[in-house]
Design a protein around this ligand. Structure first.
Ligand SMILES: [Zn+2]
Length: 213
């Protein structure tokens, strides 16, 4: 199974300092199916720690610290930004805040979900739920942006089910017709899990009649 990283130098888009970061140079596609929230199987799955970089000089977090921003360095010194913490989940939450400031709502939402995946791996259910609630908040705050985005709606169904918001999954998704046949099938599965009060992690291959890689 191929998974290779390499060290590269990046120049921070906020403070201009250069720093060395380990990035994924090469990886094989997973052969197993993803989770219901499209979390990939190995070897991509455990490469999650390379999906976010932090500038050691100013604290800017993003997929790459070279991504331009619409805020100033002062924001990175704010209490709101810094309360997210500096461990891997915290860096994803900081990336989410940076993406929100940049108006990148989808990336902001997904970064909260990535933070939740890190907490899942660390068996920190409470913090994982907090991260998922933050992702749902971004969706609720910017509803118009996601109106036509079936993939994100599906991810939100999964986020809601995982935090036990079963009533909302049933109310918002039961009988809903959107997206492809695949998305419809996964949505129906989400609703049936919600009706059973099931908040566990499931594989996409468990969806009746669906084969996903
Ligand atoms: Zn910086």
């Amino acid at each position: 199974m191929i998974f290779r990283t390499e060290e590269k130098e990046f120049k921070c888009a906020v403070c201009g300092e250069t720093s060395v970061h380990e990035v994924i140079a090469e990886q094989e596609s997973p052969t197993e199916s993803p989770d219901l929230d499209m979390r990939p199987a190995e070897p991509v799955r455990s490469g999650i720690k390379y999906w976010v970089s932090k500038c050691p000089a100013c604290g800017y977090c993003n997929s790459s610290i070279e991504i331009p921003v619409k805020f100033t360095r002062e924001y990175l010194e704010s209490a709101n930004y810094n309360k997210a913490g500096d461990d891997l989940a915290g860096r994803f939450m900081k990336k989410s805040l940076a993406c929100e400031k940049n108006g990148e709502w989808e990336e902001a939402l997904k970064s909260c979900m990535y933070a939740a995946w890190v907490c899942d791996d660390e068996k920190d259910a409470e913090r994982a739920a907090e991260c998922r609630r933050a992702a749902v908040r971004i969706y609720d705050t910017h509803g118009a942006v996601f109106k036509e985005n079936a993939d994100i709606k599906l991810i939100v169904a999964e986020l809601l089910r995982r935090i036990g918001a079963y009533d909302r999954v049933i109310r918002d998704y039961k009988g809903e017709r959107f997206g492809s046949g695949l998305i419809m099938a996964i949505t129906e599965f989400e609703v049936s899990l919600a009706e059973q009060g099931n908040s566990a992690c499931h594989k996409a291959t468990e969806v009746p009649g669906v084969r996903v890689k």
